[in-house]
Design a protein around this ligand. Sequence first.
Ligand code: AMP
Length: 285
Amino acid sequence: MTPIINDIEEMRRLGESVRRKGQAICLVPTMGALHDGHLSLVDIARGKADFVVVSIFVNPTQFGPGEDFEKYPRTLEEDARKLESHGVSVIFSPAASMMYPAGYATYVSVEGLTSGLCGRSRPTHFRGVTTVVTKFFTIVRPDYAVFGRKDAQQLAVIRRMNRDLNLGVDIIAAPIVREKDGLAMSSRNRYLNADERAQAPVIHRSLLDARARVENGESNARTIAASVRSNIGTSPLAAIDYIEIVDPEEMTPVSNVSKGALLAVAVRFGNTRLIDNIMLGSDTL
Ligand code: AMP
């Protein structure tokens, strides 16, 4: 069984002893309820470092009021079993009361690129993410940390924070892992009922259609976004939160995609909000 550390000081001491031995540390931050997307990040981490730490922490500060913090799936034992065959050195799973004890008052926030896209409907979300990731970086002091492109805005925000605060962690971006029908894997997919699950692949199909339009010469962002809107609109259960075509580093809208742009969407099916994205006019993010 992969060892689980709950105590912050124990994790810090273990990290120090690993570093003293000259081994590199790679951190994979997660909220648990692990799926093959998470496991692909772990495999990338294994390729980078001898010592892999997977954090499993449902971080209260990144959930807004009325969001799914209470009902977010917590499946630590099952997660530990899934990680068993993936060469993870340790799972770090602190209690929320240890990460945020009474009197906790310090937050890290990245300005600008957190205000659009997911930041519009989740105004305190990224502040929670950057705060907890800073704390994990400080406790574990990893050489590398792996983040999925599934959360493209989060990846851009973490990269900016790492640069701005000179944290010195090598941030590795991992490709999006999908179900066979194209739906991006997510711990929240388990909230979908059968009808919603059947319709959810419309998201990825609409992204692929947009990419095909760009490959056929379309470069006007407004035209592309309108086509995505009408494609997703064919699914009666889908409610669009946003469809944005942005610069992949700044998260600011672009009007023309020919130099490479990120098409990012958030769509609700019932109470479940799903996000996905694709690069247009370029392969990398
Ligand atoms: P979460 O547990 O949802 O906070 O995700 C933890 C990490 O896994 C984040 O870096 C996510 O971007 C990444 N991740 C989640 N789902 C996927 C996926 N389908 N493909 C690739 N990475 C993912």
